[in-house]
Design a protein. Structure first.
Length: 150
């Protein structure tokens, strides 16, 4: 479920739970496209035969692919209805507690941690947790920073 909030009401939503998003399948084609885009062709990601004998029994998504998908999930978690613009500002902290095996489905959920006035806008910290379907430990937890302008 998306939290749709007006710019001037963002600070009132600190502590709000966001999501979850729809599930997203992680297939080998997506992993291979990410490997090609980043020149990260480590066997654990792109060689299903070698990875079958590896520590996870299959290929796994790059951690940074999982992190990149956080940006896909953010608009499903939070929209600022009357902002003129929103930009990614960075991350405070990122962790990858569990690998995402090929064939898994992931989704995002979050918490609106803080809102502060900065540089003519509002800086919003959303802690996004990327869940793996059927697993207790998340794939990624990222404290994301976005800036919104009226």
């Amino acid at each position: 479920m998306t939290l749709n909030v007006r710019y001037e009401d963002l600070a009132d939503q600190v502590g709000a739970r966001l999501g979850p998003t729809q599930w997203l399948a992680i297939d080998q084609a997506r992993i291979d496209r990410f490997a090609k885009a980043t020149d990260d062709h480590q066997w654990i990601h792109v060689d299903p035969v070698a990875a079958a004998d590896g520590p996870f029994g299959a290929t796994i998504a790059h951690g940074y692919l999982t992190l990149a998908l956080v940006n896909r999930f953010l608009p499903e978690l939070l929209t600022v209805a009357n902002a003129s613009m929103g930009v990614n500002y960075g991350c405070e902290k990122v962790r990858f507690p569990s690998p995402v095996r090929v064939g898994s489905r992931i989704r995002g959920s979050g918490v609106l941690v803080s809102v502060e006035r900065v540089g003519g806008g509002l800086q919003v910290l959303v802690r996004v947790t990327v869940e793996i379907e059927g697993q207790e430990r998340p794939a990624c937890v990222a404290d994301t920073l976005s800036r919104f302008f009226a």
